[in-house]
Design a protein around this ligand. Structure first.
Ligand code: DLL
Length: 436
């Protein structure tokens, strides 16, 4: 099978050519950000580095890291490099406390993003003849609109179905002849179950490829979803701070790993404890510097995702580096039904409620194909002896506040004072029983 490219020349550049583009773009970026963004300038001054010190790609390591914390401190728009007049769109994702991380795009950024997503789709074998069933959520989450603009750019037909209402999704798939499914891998499994319940044989549909991401998924899960939906399943990676989906995409060959679109997103792997860059091929935390974004570039942004990078040319012909499947995170972020959840956010909600003790545990399970989250929390002695009605109201209030603030539904279980095991060291706040 011949490879489908979107921008063949750029996707197959010899490394010297690629590195020369990266360096030119990096130098321009650092100069611009140093002038335009106070928090970046301050951090560079504190680190004793000036734009003219970036003479080669190896000088990247002289630059200070950027973290979610920096974005939170400059919430909402303090890290933008342009006036709001030039910003045509914002998206947001969960922050470590109540405040989301806000990202902005100029017209050109939206176009760059669409181009990256068109590349990702082509990398997964999509062409203008495809019917793209986009079940990523539309809204502040970057999944829906990111995939949408990319599929349109490619010239394919997009069905902007968004998430939820599985039966309707399957009817649409059957009637419209969807050929490519884009969703989280867990939602794809959910669709497979719904198909089964409706007595629809996936082999009778036109689905060919699934482009799944936004949460970790294993090779076992790939096998399951491929068998259940009778498709080829490929991985897509991205994060809002870098652009959204379309940072890296797995191709259809079996070389393994996702091609990072390196001419736009410069990757590094560091030791998450020391911050030191790791040698090629070693597993560590992925860090990105965006080379072409206008409104909201990031310099050495710590993704907290654990992976490794592989530079050998792929069987598909692309020279772009491949990142292995994300194997974990260096922080405690959970992804529940596609929503990023930090235990600290749950704590933040609980601590705002009277009668609730600072002892809680988050239990995550996979029920069938869906994630479920239960929050067990201790209540004060006085409340516990209170009448049932008061406890019921409290349960409802916590459930509602978590849903409103974190955007995820959960079960809340109030437990006796001192029922949650006390730890002698780090409290174990999360019990993740999902086997993905
Ligand atoms: O999840 C963007 C996206 C949308 C990617 C649709 C792919 C498809 P955020 O909401 O900012 O953005 O969450 C980013 O999700 O740091 C990873 O921890 C996780 N993640 C994203 N893709 C994958 C993947 C979108 N393929 C965070 N495998 C990232 C594992 C992933 N984890």
């Amino acid at each position: 099978m011949s490879t489908i490219y979107w921008e063949e020349e750029l996707e197959t550049l010899p490394r010297v050519g690629l590195e020369s583009i990266q360096l030119k773009r990096l130098q321009a970026l650092i100069g611009r950000v140093y002038e335009a963004v106070e928090p970046y300038r301050q951090k560079m001054i504190a680190a004793g580095v000036k734009p003219e010190d970036i003479k080669g790609l190896e000088d990247l390591k002289k630059l200070p890291f950027t973290t979610k914390e920096d974005l939170r401190e400059n919430y909402p728009f303090g890290m933008f490099t342009m006036e709001l007049d030039d910003i045509v769109r914002v998206h947001a994702s969960s922050g470590t406390t109540g405040k989301p991380t806000v990202v902005g795009y100029t017209k050109k950024d939206i176009d760059t993003w669409a181009n990256m997503m068109a590349r990702a789709l082509a990398c997964a074998g999509a062409t203008r003849g495809d019917m793209v069933h986009n079940a990523y959520g539309y809204g502040l989450f970057t999944g829906g609109l990111g995939a949408h603009y990319g599929a349109e750019k490619l010239g394919a037909t997009v069905i902007p179905v968004s998430g939820g209402n599985s039966k309707r999704q399957i009817n649409i798939m059957r009637d419209f002849g969807s050929t490519i499914l884009m969703s989280t891998p867990s939602y794809a499994l959910n669709l497979a179950d719904a198909m089964d319940q409706m007595g629809i044989d996936p082999a009778s549909l036109s689905l060919r490829v699934g482009i799944f991401g936004a949460e970790p998924w294993s090779e076992n899960m790939r096998e399951e979803v491929e068998n259940k939906l009778n498709i080829k399943a490929v991985d897509i990676y991205g994060l809002s701070e870098v652009i959204g989906p379309g940072v890296a995409q797995e191709c259809l060959t079996s070389s393994g790993g996702m091609h990072i679109f390196e001419d736009h997103f410069l990757p590094e792997i560091i030791n998450p404890d020391t911050g030191e860059p790791l040698p090629q091929g070693e597993r560590g935390e992925l860090v990105f510097t965006t080379l072409t974004k206008e409104a909201f570039p990031v310099i050495r942004y710590r993704t907290k995702d654990i992976t490794s990078l592989h530079y050998e040319t792929c069987n598909c012909g692309r020279t772009l580096v491949r990142m292995e499947k994300v194997t974990g995170r260096s922080d405690d972020m959970l992804i529940i039904r596609g929503v990023n959840v930090f235990p600290s956010q749950v704590e933040h909600v609980l601590m705002g409620i009277e009668g609730v003790e600072p002892h809680y545990q988050i239990i995550v399970e996979r029920e069938g194909t869906m994630d479920s989250m239960t929050v067990e929390v201790e209540v004060s002695d006085s409340l516990f002896t209170d009448e049932i009605k008061g406890l019921e109201q409290l349960t409802k209030r916590i459930t509602r506040d978590i849903k409103d603030i974190l955007g995820v539904s959960c079960r809340v279980k109030l437990v006796n004072p001192r029922a949650i095991q006390r730890s002698e060291g780090k409290a174990q706040r999360v019990i993740d029983n999902r086997k993905i």
